[in-house]
Design a protein. Structure first.
Length: 95
């Protein structure tokens, strides 16, 4: 028989192991942005890069993290990532 201490330790170990292998669905797509990563396990951070001619919008994050949300489920963090046209792309030639 296991002692209460051993049972508690085993339960914590199993919970730790399970939370490390939980996998998020594919990261959300962002218009005019790409990311390079192949695994979506708990703790993975995906960093988005804006396409040429676009830049990260003011006050926006450039990443999202696969996060444990209730002890048993994972989902992507809620930071909004948005790429906006670069200023030079919006400028017109008035000559």
């Amino acid at each position: 028989m296991y002692t209460p201490f051993v049972k508690s330790y085993l339960a914590e170990f199993i919970l730790f192991f399970v939370t490390q292998v939980l996998i998020c669905e594919d990261p959300p797509e962002v218009a005019h942005a790409t990311f390079h990563h192949q695994t979506w396990h708990n703790g993975t951070t995906v960093i988005y890069s804006c396409e040429q001619g676009y830049r990260l919008a003011d006050n926006m994050a450039n990443n999202r993290t696969c996060t444990l949300i209730d002890g048993y489920h994972v989902d992507w963090s809620r930071e909004e990532v948005k790429c906006s046209p670069s200023k030079s792309k919006n400028m017109t030639n008035n000559n």
